[in-house]
Design a protein around this ligand. Sequence first.
Ligand SMILES: NC(=O)c1ccc[n+]([C@@H]2O[C@H](COP(=O)([O-])OP(=O)(O)OC[C@H]3O[C@@H](n4cnc5c(N)ncnc54)[C@H](O)[C@@H]3O)[C@@H](O)[C@H]2O)c1
Length: 320
Amino acid sequence: MELNKVTIIGGGVLGSQIGLMAAYVGKDVTFWLRSEGSVERTMPKIKRYSELMIKDLLTAKALIGSPMGRFVYPKGLIRNWDSVTAEKIDELVASATKNFAENIHIELDLAKALADADVVIEAMAEDPKAKIAIYTDMKDLLPEKTIRLTNSSTLLPSTFAEYTGRPEKYLALHFANTIWKNNTAEVMGHPGTDPEIYKETVKFADEINMIPLQLHKEQPGYILNSMLVPFLSSAQALLATGVADHETIDKTWELATGAPAGPFKILDIVGLETAYNINKMKPDAQKEGSVSYLIGKLLKEKIDKGETGVNAGVGFYKYK
Ligand SMILES: NC(=O)c1ccc[n+]([C@@H]2O[C@H](COP(=O)([O-])OP(=O)(O)OC[C@H]3O[C@@H](n4cnc5c(N)ncnc54)[C@H](O)[C@@H]3O)[C@@H](O)[C@H]2O)c1
């Protein structure tokens, strides 16, 4: 089945990026937004991300022939780095500009937004009640053919499957922020997902220039966060309990494994507020003297000083 008509529910950070990525490869994209206010908030995001995508394409020209090129080129925008030329990049810029102008539609009427969708991707805020409400509203409006996907980072598809009306056509396709550079797409069904629909979703992810990463069962945190969260927690524990300073911990990891960035550089990219919120969910986070409590205290002190990471210009490290 051709999956050409894509509806995105929510025009936030990830919704805008997913919609643009689908439009970039020529899919017909409709954003459903809940109000005129949402349109006003979403349009600048679409503009900004589309400009960044074009800028990254143009910057990639200078990387052709450089040994570093293959590590840093925008992988979601250029499918085959080995055969790329400056002329091919110019062609991609031209097709992207045309596709962004012609293939993106905004719709406030949910019925119209869903009428002929092959795929609907829910990228709404991480609020279970709001997600249940939208699945319930969509249930009777969606055509039978539509594959229903969620980009939720922390909620499991089995939690919502029954509200979608077609649990067999529902699963998670989880993208990463700055999707056109970090082009991972974790594909995760729930026990009732039809294996054929799962396969179609893997194919769809590939068509929109993502690298599909297939999970064989449900897992909170998918693959990446199942590894990353405990790793970052261990590093924070070493710091919070006074075993070593953050630079030494990073240096140990980088020198011993060859990884380009240690845990505290990664934490600065993730943002300390997110790290704080994740730590807060640990059962002993409020227990004075526990390691989680000490981590929370340390992160809170930095957040209160405005040192929240790369976006703020300072976190564990300073940025220009
Ligand atoms: N930000 C990330 O790095 C990231 C990465 C992967 C996955 N995700 C997931 O993507 C989803 C969206 O995250 P985001 O970062 O884009 O959030 P965001 O806050 O930038 O955007 C959320 C969008 O949902 C809309 N929304 C909120 N409540 C709504 C409601 N009741 N009805 C209709 N629309 C509503 C908002 O208007 C906004 O457009 C979440 O499930 C999140 O877990 C986020």
